[in-house]
Design a protein around this ligand. Structure first.
Ligand SMILES: Cc1ncc(COP(=O)(O)O)c(C=O)c1O
Length: 379
């Protein structure tokens, strides 16, 4: 994938870190770097995390956590996804990687395995407060504590939960009910776990608009990359803080034209002959398609790219590794300019939200669709 690249702005990442430190006065900010750091590149984001002394990162899987250690990241790493396979628990503990147990089966495996290991890893217990995806019920707390002896109790590092409905609404009734339940969980857990136990609930949206949900750690994913979780969260932020949020997108996605051709009235472009030229026009071929992560739903004037600040509409269907754009109005000398798929070009911008809308999805999915092999460059 030589002709396409992702550029990551160091300045934007640093800005977003300080933005969050500003609105999270007393909790620990822990960027979420799962899913190849939301398409930004795990290695690159880990190197920025090292540079800016980010103390803690969150991932979904054991292999992601181990990869972070391979990059030399020495801060805390927490796996927030499903309980890792039993065979990896020893290595994870040796690498000082924290894991999450969200059901009795997982807790029992952890207890059994831990007894036979030289090193014990620290565990976060995840509770369900309404998402109904993973997590113990509060009513199971006494059963949990019965299983823990004095030694294993010391390894309970945290207690977490996850919101179901912060980003898609302005009215936070459901989130507030979850928050109330988390506070009950906190009260009960404090009676049995160490006083240093860390409680965490908020992801980007809640960290920004429900300050009470910040507890001890905020797990900030999408917005550490400079993107608001949704337009409603943006509006809510404005209401809560009386100023708009100022996040800076970290990622730009660029490519270049690899071939051009002139076509005439009545000629078709691409598979399915779905685009028919109404007059003579010039087509630019880009080496990016749905394999690279550019959705096929962007076919035929559903999207545009930027070249020298000019919008060039997509014509024909997005192919597996190529796409065609209309460059008829572009001056000849601009055909060699960089092509912006996401990012800024001479004052014009295509945001990830825009690309997600064209792709009929959300920014989270549009970002994680970007192929991990596309070269990354920190600028
Ligand atoms: C458990 C958990 N915490 C935090 C996050 C981060 O969410 P966001 O990207 O909205 O900040 C996620 C994302 O999927 C998650 O699954």
């Amino acid at each position: 994938m030589k002709h396409t690249k992702i550029q990551l702005s160091r300045n934007a990442f640093e800005h977003n870190l300080s933005f969050f430190k500003g609105i999270i006065p007393s909790a620990l900010l822990s960027p979420v770097v799962k899913a190849n750091a939301y398409g930004h590149g795990m290695a690159e984001i880990a190197s920025l995390a090292k540079e800016f002394k980010v103390p803690m990162l969150m991932v979904n899987y054991a292999h992601e956590a181990m990869f972070l250690r391979k990059t030399g990241y020495k801060g805390r790493v927490v796996i927030v996804g499903p309980f890792p396979h039993q065979s990896s628990l020893s290595e994870l503990a040796q690498l000082n990687i924290e894991i999450t147990a969200s059901n009795m089966g997982a807790l029992e495996i952890w207890l059994r395995t831990t007894k036979s290991l030289a090193t014990t890893g620290r565990v976060h217990l995840k509770f369900n407060t309404g998402l109904n995806r993973q997590g113990f019920e509060l009513s199971q707390l006494s059963e949990i504590t019965k299983k823990l002896d004095d030694v294993s109790l010391q390894y309970i590092q945290g207690v977490s939960s996850h919101f179901a409905n912060v980003e898609d609404v302005m009215d936070q009734d459901f989130a507030n009910a979850q928050l109330t339940q988390m506070k009950k969980i906190q009260t009960e857990c404090k009676k049995v776990f160490s006083e240093d136990t860390e409680f965490h609930l908020a992801a980007s949206g809640a960290a920004m608009i429900l300050p009470e949900s910040q507890f001890d750690i905020c797990r900030v994913g999408i917005s550490i990359y400079g993107i608001m979780p949704s337009s409603l969260t943006k509006l809510s932020y404005h209401q809560v803080h009386q100023v708009p949020p100022v996040l800076k997108p970290v990622l730009s996605w660029k490519t270049q034209i690899v071939e051009t051709r002139t076509i005439h009235q009545g000629d078709f472009v691409g598979y399915g002959c779905s685009y028919k030229a109404e007059s003579k026009m010039r087509i630019g071929v880009l080496p990016v398609g749905y394999d690279e992560g550019y959705s096929r739903l962007c076919s035929n004037h559903n999207a545009y790219v930027l070249i020298a600040g000019q919008r060039c509409p997509v014509v024909g269907r997005i192919c597996m590794n190529m796409m065609m754009v209309d460059v008829t109005n572009l001056p000849e000398e601009k055909l060699c300019d960089e092509v912006v798929l996401i990012g800024e070009s001479l004052g014009e911008t295509i945001s990830i939200d825009q690309l997600a809308t064209w792709s009929q999805t959300i920014s989270y999915e549009a970002l994680t669709r970007i192929h991990q092999d596309i070269p990354k460059q920190i600028i």
